[in-house]
Design a protein around this ligand. Structure first.
Ligand code: PNW
Length: 478
């Protein structure tokens, strides 16, 4: 990787947004306050054996009560933007009906606090916390969920469209569909590959209907986007046609299944064929593709690590480690002829390899596939085993190197002609890392989970220098 290659501190475009990101269930806590009812993540995390240590988001980092302090920290760090998500079960506890004012009020207060500090809010409508009642009615494999999402989007757009300019419909629908309904390592924990493919289509439909609903109630200046975790997929042997075919298949299942309909108005033929043993895709109704293919104002990409694959004998025994959590069930439907490999080299606490070239690749790919569409890196970051030292400070040189390497890759992409408008570090705070509970710390700000005390890590100070100067300090600075 080039994460250790020195680069001269070079300026980013002056309007470049230096941000940080979080999501509601991972930080808010206060799960029973102001009318909120359970989402699929409350149910899942309270089911024994589903999360590390039985951890839940009941309290998380108590952001619901500490949002003012957290915004003050962002302001001190000089962040220009903050990406957060809105909890559907706070706004519409049953997933239907009128909005709960107290639920919306929290986000209005948060947004006003951000604006008062000159921080641009970017709101994600869905970061995985489906109201449990909608899951009980069938969840994402059910078409109706997409219409419920559009209604929710409209309610939120009406309430906050006057003060939030940047909107993201869905965060990483790949995780919702395939970790939620195929491998089952995420809520709701189902292991039904055919259902996961229907879920993917209905998430696409939800995006299209949701974007349309937002458009209909918000000022035209607002920007609507989606955040996709398209993988940078690589064949183990680039000269082996079988490995190339494996890489194409995984690319279809990771990226094409969302890019195709959203950016081009069609699913890749190769995807429909490869999955035909599981579904006839009759869930795609007339007019769906036009609805999904809504004009977008920007595209968000989340990137952590590349994916390395080869062709495999489908009958061979043994685990197919792919870094997506422990499950006997694969998150890749109809892909038992593909094997996943560890990318050699340095890894983070997640076991994910550090490879900034993957981010450059991905940005350049979007630049080709979606010409003219402004891009944002809506998530990028790393988990390390951070602890305060004797001096009370948290020294995390690995995270500084990770951020430096990836931001240098972003800057390289801009030099190569990509229109990248901003970068959101994942994550502002240490938080509930889904199935990994509180074991994995992604924050730029350390949280002591007993006292809820916040301590900016060295990486936060490093990132702050970048944000304030608009240029990358060397990785050795701080
Ligand atoms: C993303 N995978 O999750 C999410 O958007 C964040 O909420 C999360 O905290 C962050 O990345 C770090 O994990 C992912 O298995 C979870 O490929 C799992 C995968 C990818 C992204």
């Amino acid at each position: 990787t080039d994460s250790t290659t020195p680069v001269t501190p070079a300026a980013f475009p002056p309007a470049f947004l230096w941000g940080a990101a979080t999501s509601a269930y991972q930080i808010e806590g206060a799960v029973r306050e102001d009318g909120r009812t359970p989402s699929i993540w409350d149910t899942f995390s309270h089911t024994p054996g589903k999360t590390a240590g039985g951890d839940t988001g009941d309290i998380a980092v108590d952001h619901y009560h500490r949002y003012r302090d957290d915004v003050a920290l962002m302001a001190e760090l000089g962040l220009g933007a903050y990406r957060f998500s809105i909890a559907w079960p706070r706004v519409q506890p049953t997933g239907r009906g009128p909005a709960v004012q107290r639920g919306l009020d929290f986000y209005r207060r948060l947004v006003d606090e951000l604006l008062a500090h000159g921080i641009k809010p970017a709101a994600t409508l869905y970061h995985w916390d489906l109201p449990q009642e909608l899951e009980d009615a069938g969840g994402w494999p059910e078409r109706d969920t997409a219409y419920r999402f559009a209604e929710y989007a409209q309610l939120v757009g009406e309430a906050l469209g006057d003060r939030v300019e940047q909107w993201i419909t869905l965060n990483e629908p790949w995780c919702s569909a395939f970790l939620g309904y195929a491998s089952g390592v995420h809520a709701p924990g189902r292991t039904d590959p055919a259902a996961s493919l229907r879920a993917a289509h209905h998430l696409n439909l939800a995006h299209g209907l949701g974007a349309k609903a937002l458009r209909s109630v918000m000022p035209a200046r607002n920007s609507i986007a989606i955040s996709l975790n398209s993988a940078a997929v690589r064949p183990l042997s680039p000269d082996d046609p079988a490995d190339l075919a494996a890489a194409r298949k995984i690319d279809d299942l990771a990226s094409g299944i969302f890019h195709g309909p959203i950016l081009k108005g069609a699913y890749p033929e190769s995807l429909l064929t490869a999955t035909s043993s599981l579904t006839d895709w009759s869930c795609i109704q007339d007019g769906d593709l036009d609805l999904i293919h809504q004009p977008l104002d920007a595209l968000g990409l989340n990137y952590y690590t590349p994916t390395l694959v080869s062709a495999a004998d489908p009958d061979a025994e043994g685990p197919r480690a792919d870094g997506h959590g422990a499950s006997e069930h694969s998150p890749w439907p109809a892909a038992d002829d593909v094997a996943f490999h560890q990318v050699p080299g340095e890894r983070t606490e997640m076991g994910w390899s550090v490879d900034p070239t993957g981010l450059h690749e991905l940005i350049m790919r979007y630049t080709r596939d979606a010409p003219g569409l402004p891009l944002y890196v809506t998530e990028n970051g790393a988990a390390y085993d951070d602890k305060p030292g004797a001096d009370g400070a948290v020294h995390d040189p690995e995270r500084i190197a990770y951020l430096h390497g990836h931001l240098a890759a972003v800057r390289r992409a801009i030099t190569d002609g990509a229109d990248v408008r901003g970068y959101y570090l994942w994550s502002l705070l240490d938080n509930f890392e889904w199935a990994y509970g509180y074991e994995k710390r992604f924050g730029a700000i350390h949280v002591d989970y007993a006292s809820q005390e916040r301590t900016p890590k060295a990486s936060a100070l490093w990132y702050s220098r970048a944000a304030k100067s608009g240029a990358l300090p060397g990785p050795e600075a701080i």
